[in-house]
Design a protein around this ligand. Structure first.
Ligand code: 5AD
Ligand code: SF4
Ligand code: FES
Length: 362
């Protein structure tokens, strides 16, 4: 019955029950959600897709998240840490190709040496790009002092996925110890926002034990928190992790994929002017995954600009695309893909979250 889906989509605000109903939309019904999301995107953010050149500069991680392929206890990978020269070369690629922003991402490390290194890299990135490159960090949980130092050194966006806003589900997918604490994650998000970062979060969709109620809760969490940016994708099992259990309670990949797309579409409909990334994990399930996300509301893409030889070692999940490619390959490939989705690329533009400016004018 698509009748009730249509009725719900006409509302100004969705209740928790509405969201649960929308998230369980079937193949025919979900088209209505996607159409509404496309309409909202056209009206509020337009056709431009903004690039954030992603540098996965190290897969060394101090944490042990049960789902992640680069978790500390996985001995089955080669650990790497790019030198500053290699990182700055990737930065130059982004700058010369008018990507306008870069993202520095790595496993989670908290110590003084790491803090200092990032601080000086940030200053160097600003220097070599005449202050023109925007910088997003995705370096996990840190103290307020560290976040502040990095902000002062030139970072202005930060991505920290909440993974799940349900403390119970969060506890199921992380070890039960001090370094995997739901409340700290929440606190970090608050601190980032207070410092003045454009703050991004996200979840994994299709996790074992996760219900539509959980995802509805995640959407409400992101709305209440007034998040500026979202990056979310399907959960994809990795064989070298504790969560990999053949024949377990996982929904089929195609279902996880559409559940992720529905979540993106709903966030666009509800939050209208935030930035939403078309996550690479979508493409691990569907070859056209990122383009499909653009068509239902996403407006940011993070082309991988990590030097090719390291890419295979930054596998958070299996089937990760673009691991045999170099930055140049992804650049021309993505351009064609984005045009196919009917969008254009905002070369040379930061494309900041409009939501961020609106919430700071209040
Ligand atoms: N499947 C999908 N996403 C994953 N991430 C980590 N492991 C997986 C996985 N197996 C995501 C987490 C993390 C981000 C960097 O990658 O959401 O925040
Ligand atoms: Fe480390 Fe992040 Fe993977 Fe957790 S999800 S193990 S913090 S890289
Ligand atoms: Fe990397 Fe297509 S985007 S090869």
């Amino acid at each position: 019955m698509s009748y009730d889906i249509k009725k719900i989509l006409e509302k100004e605000e969705f209740s928790r029950e509405d969201l649960i109903r929308l998230l369980s939309a079937d193949e025919k019904e979900r088209k209505l959600i996607y159409a509404k999301a496309a309409e909202t995107k056209a009206e509020h953010v337009g056709k431009k897709v903004y690039y954030r050149g992603l540098i996965e500069f190290s897969n060394i991680c101090g944490k042990n998240c049960y789902y992640c392929g680069i978790r500390r206890d996985n001995r089955n990978i080669r650990r790497y840490n790019l030198g500053d020269r290699e990182i700055l070369k990737a930065v130059e690629f982004a700058y010369n190709n008018r990507y306008a922003s870069v993202v520095l991402q790595s496993g989670e490390i908290e110590n003084k040496g790491f803090t200092d290194r990032i601080e000086s890299l940030l200053k160097e990135i600003k220097r070599i790009s005449n202050n023109e490159l925007g910088i997003t960090l995705s370096l996990g949980e840190q103290t307020g002092d560290v976040y502040q130092r990095w902000f002062d050194a030139g970072a202005h966006r930060y991505l920290l996925r909440i993974e799940s806003s349900s403390p119970e589900l969060y506890a199921k997918i992380h070890p039960d110890d001090n370094s995997h604490n739901f409340n700290r994650r929440l606190e970090c998000l608050r601190t980032l926002k207070n410092i003045g970062y454009q703050t991004g979060t996200g979840i994994m969709v299709g996790l074992p034990y996760q219900t539509p109620e959980d995802i509805a809760g995640d959407i409400l969490f992101m709305t209440d928190f007034e998040i500026d940016m979202v990056g979310l994708g399907p959960y994809i099992e990795h064989r070298d992790t504790p969560m990999f259990k053949p024949g377990n309670l996982l929904m089929p990949p195609a279902e996880r994929f559409h559940l992720a797309l529905k979540t993106i579409a709903l966030l666009r409909i509800i939050m209208k002017d935030i930035n939403i990334a078309a996550a690479t994990a979508l493409q691990a399930i569907d070859p056209m995954g990122r383009e499909k996300a653009l068509m239902v509301g996403a407006n940011v893409i993070m082309p991988n600009i990590t030097p090719g030889k390291y890419r295979d070692s930054y596998k958070l999940y299996e089937n990760k695309p673009c691991t045999d490619e170099e930055a140049e390959d992804c650049s021309s490939c993505l351009e064609a893909r984005i045009h196919m989705a009917g969008d254009e690329i905002g070369y040379g533009e930061w494309g900041d979250s409009k939501h961020f400016f609106r919430r700071n004018q209040k």
